[in-house]
Design a protein around this ligand. Structure first.
Ligand SMILES: [Zn+2]
Length: 91
């Protein structure tokens, strides 16, 4: 499972995503959920902005293992992203 790449808290959210999510036929892997899923584009903009403000691009390594001063803000943005997506999944 791609979710093993995630820290415990984040992995739990991704594992809880409904595999029958409407409008998305992709397999729900961590890279898909975090980087590519068009259903979460709006929420992802905030996460991407947090990365960009620290000179980082949006990729799995930067999202899950941000270095130095970026780690706090990026982890907050990741937590917000996962929470926002979870709420969206329940609508
Ligand atoms: Zn998707």
């Amino acid at each position: 499972m791609g979710t093993t790449l995630l820290p415990g808290g984040a992995g739990k959210y991704v594992l809880c995503v409904d595999p029958a999510y409407p409008g998305c036929q992709e397999s729900l892997t961590a890279p898909h959920m975090l980087l590519h899923c068009p259903n979460h584009k709006a929420q992802r903009d905030h996460l991407e902005a947090a990365l960009h403000s620290h000179g980082l691009v949006l990729n799995l390594s930067n999202v899950l293992d941000p270095k130095g001063a970026a780690s706090g803000p990026v982890f907050s943005a990741l937590a917000k992203y996962l929470l926002d997506c979870q709420i969206t999944d329940k609508i």
